[in-house]
Write a protein that binds this ligand. Structure first.
Ligand code: RAM
Length: 353
């Protein structure tokens, strides 16, 4: 099937069939042009009550996801909507597809998804959109032509820069560093790592050497083993940077009881409650995160605003998000929550999530 044919005047329905048959490569999705709403936004429309929104996080057994969706539940309570939570037990690329298909059959109004793979979920998400379901990606984006908006926790650029800044400070400016990521397909981690690599390529960071990117798959045991493997393979390693709450907690746990404690720094993105013990025992000097509950909360407000016709996902549209205030949709349907917080021994006890 040539791209020329795909980009020709084919109907959205035919594109869906092609996408379903043809796998999940970037080109398939690019060819679809998405299911962009052609209706104009009506910012004055009343927020609909009874909106059924289902949250589909990367995986269910991750404390970070639990906090995220708790914010969605709170917001749907405020909005008099119906909250639902479904999801796989692992974050592998295609693990969410069957859940999306079920949510379509159940005629949900909105699907909130933290995508395990930007493309694997696309054919199903676009089927949902054809059925009138609004799609709010949060935390980890789906390809932009198969969702209406994306709730980004902070700017991708800002998070990537922060990771390198942390590594630089903790290494004293030079030496070997390694990244312990989530799954190899995770949209969010991969976007942050891309920015980090560009930062590392700058002359001012020439002293830092990225020796390996390991993948713990957001599985505690696998992340623990990968951390151990990094330290065995690279005896001069100075910093493990883990841009995942599962990875950083597992790496800190390993380092805290090993001979590397005090010699190898662990940093990245973690929840204060999971990291508190490792900050107190000196294993971890600093790490960062946003409040995950706010992501779910913002996603729910965006979902109801979409379903109510207040926004359509276009740049410049505005909506209200309860206690978080007013938000404006940015480029490519992206809605940025706000800057992350850095946690250390001085402030960690002020946070409880
Ligand atoms: C893990 C997940 C999630 C990411 C956080 C920082 O819990 O990979 O997607 O946003 O870490």
């Amino acid at each position: 099937m040539s791209r020329r044919f795909l980009t020709g005047a084919v109907s959205a329905g035919l594109v869906l069939v092609l996408a379903a048959c043809g796998g999940t490569t970037k080109n398939d999705n690019a060819g679809s042009g998405g299911q962009q709403s052609t209706a104009a936004a009506n910012p004055g429309a009343a927020a609909k009550e009874g909106v059924k929104m289902a949250f589909l996080p990367k995986q269910l057994n991750n404390p970070y996801s639990d906090i995220e969706v708790s914010g969605g539940k709170e917001a749907l309570g405020e909005l008099k909507g119906e909250y639902k939570l479904v999801g796989p037990n692992d974050a592998s690329a295609s693990s969410q597809v069957s859940y999306i298909n079920t949510l379509i059959q159940q005629q949900q109004d909105v699907i909130g998804i933290a995508a395990n793979d930007p493309n694997a979920v696309c054919p199903s998400l676009n089927q949902a959109r054809s059925a009138g379901i609004k799609v709010v990606a949060f935390d980890s984006d789906a390809a932009k032509d198969c969702r209406d908006v994306f709730i980004n926790q902070a700017t991708t650029q800002g998070i990537g820069e922060q990771l390198v800044k942390q590594a630089k400070e903790l290494s004293g400016g030079s030496g070997e560093i390694a990244i312990l990521s989530a799954t190899p397909n995770a949209t969010n981690q991969n976007a942050w790592i891309d920015v980090a690599k560009k930062e590392l390529a700058k002359p001012e960071n020439a002293g830092l050497k990225l020796v390996k990117i390991a993948y713990g798959n957001d599985d505690d045991q696998k992340s623990f083993q990968e951390a151990q493997g990094l330290l065995q393979s690279f005896p001069n390693l100075k910093v493990i940077v883990s841009p995942t709450t599962v990875g950083i907690a597992a790496a800190a746990r390993y380092v805290s009881t090993s001979s590397y404690k005090g010699k190898v720094a662990v940093t990245g993105l973690g929840t204060p409650n999971q990291m508190r013990a490792f900050v107190k025992d000196g294993t971890v000097k600093q790490f960062a995160l946003w409040n995950p509950a706010d992501i779910g909360y913002l996603a729910a407000y965006a979902g109801v605003a979409l379903k109510s016709g207040q926004i359509t996902g276009k740049q410049g549209e505005k909506f209200k998000a309860g206690k978080l205030g007013d938000y404006t949709i940015g480029e490519n349907g992206e809605i940025v929550l706000g800057p992350p917080t850095t946690f250390d021994a001085n402030n960690i006890d002020k946070f409880n999530f």
